[in-house]
Design a protein around this ligand. Structure first.
Ligand code: NAD
Length: 343
């Protein structure tokens, strides 16, 4: 049993990771400033795993707070989910994004170094690849990294910062193992029905399509119908949140010594936006009203993954490898929680 610091533990993916860590027998301290997250999932988890979850309210950039957290506990590793994570918003608010995602990480990492933390799992993103040509698909971990949004740049800079810190530590003979998990589009909910997705505003495709099918939104905007793709809509890859969290636990188990690892985490299949809407219609049994709208700034045409490295090196294997399964998991949560965590 270890004690893990989970930043952004009140968010969508972070809360699922907290649950999986607790279920695996670990202790968890969840640090979140609640700018986007929710207390209720952490309250539910705290009740389910008494005495093993501490919740600390504050920002990762608050060096004094992070120092206190790291010095008062026997924390052995960090999973860093805390970030601002909307591509289009990052185009309008780049300073906020760099401040939160880069300056925040610098402050957190400085305190981790001071406290002697030697294992760090970082939430990276497929947005580090940017808008590569179709013949560059599927992207591998070694594909060029040319982000096209401030959000993507913050994720790439996070990887570069961690790699530079790791190499500096290694040169002086110290261990520091960091793993960058490059998630593709994350969807779905906890199979026990406890946790789900509650973003406000919700910008992700699968939830927005489900809201349109359920009549909670008049229609979904298909942002861009003139991409150079077979049906003109953008092409993406997906991953179920539980499979993503499995990858985190495997990465944590294997993180040791002086390694710097990067893995794509995706089902490894391309789906156009129109194909996703068809999957939502199939699963919900309802039509998905849609409008066409201009492309969103920062959105690449096509990005899907070769995720074989994670399968080989982490022995990771996604349990939900069909898009319809992922959509069904998300649908069941949204159906049962009309008002998200307020339901
Ligand atoms: N959702 C996806 O499809 C997706 C895809 C690729 C990468 N990611 C990355 O995964 C991570 C989690 O994403 P999510 O969808 O769960 O987002 P989320 O917004 O649900 O969770 C992020 C959490 O971090 C907290 N937070 C933000 N900035 C903070 C700060 N400076 N200090 C402390 N807490 C802070 C928020 O309050 C929130 O609870 C992010 O790093 C995101 O960039 C997400």
């Amino acid at each position: 049993m270890e004690h893990i610091l989970v930043t952004g533990g009140a968010g969508y993916i972070g809360s699922h990771a907290v649950k999986a860590l607790l279920a695996a027998g670990h202790r968890v301290t969840a640090l979140d400033d609640f700018r986007r997250g929710h207390m209720s999932p952490l309250e539910l988890l705290s009740a389910g795993y008494p005495g093993r979850l501490d919740v600390v309210e504050g920002a990762v950039a608050d060096a004094d707070l992070v120092r206190t957290v790291l010095s008062n506990h026997d924390i052995s590793a960090v999973m860093h989910f805390a970030a601002l994570a909307y591509v289009a918003e990052s185009v309008d608010k780049p300073i906020e994004y760099f401040q939160c995602n880069v300056t925040g990480l610098i402050a957190l990492l400085a305190e981790c170094a001071r406290a002697g933390i030697t294992r760090f799992i970082f939430s990276s993103s497929c947005s580090v690849y940017g808008d590569l040509p179709r013949d560059a698909m599927p992207v591998t971990e070694d594909s060029p990294r040319l982000p096209v949004s401030p959000y993507g740049w913050t994720k790439l800079m996070g990887e570069q910062l961690l790699a530079a810190h790791a190499h500096a530590e290694h040169r002086t003979g110290r261990d520091f193992a960091c793993t960058f998990l490059r998630y593709f589009n994350v969807a779905g909910a906890d199979s026990d029905g406890v946790l789900g997705e509650d973003h406000n505003p919700e910008t992700h495709l699968i939830p927005r399509a489900i809201f349109a099918a359920l009549g909670r939104a008049p229609a979904i905007d298909i942002c861009g119908t003139d991409f150079p793709t077979p049906d003109g809509t953008a092409v993406r890859d997906f991953i179920h949140v539980e499979d993503l969290v499995d990858a985190h636990l495997l990465a944590l188990e294997r993180a040791q010594g002086r390694q710097v690892k990067r893995y794509n985490i995706a089902i490894g299949k391309p789906y156009s936006v129109r194909e996703v809407l068809e999957a939502v219609a199939r699963v919900t049994g309802k039509p998905v009203p849609s409008n066409t709208a201009p492309r969103r700034p920062g959105d690449p045409a096509v990005v899907y993954a070769d995720a074989s490295l994670a399968k080989r090196e982490l022995s990771w294997s996604p349990r939900h490898s069909a898009l319809d399964d992922i959509v069904a998991s998300a649908f069941h949560w949204f159906e049962a929680h009309a008002d998200g965590y307020r339901s």
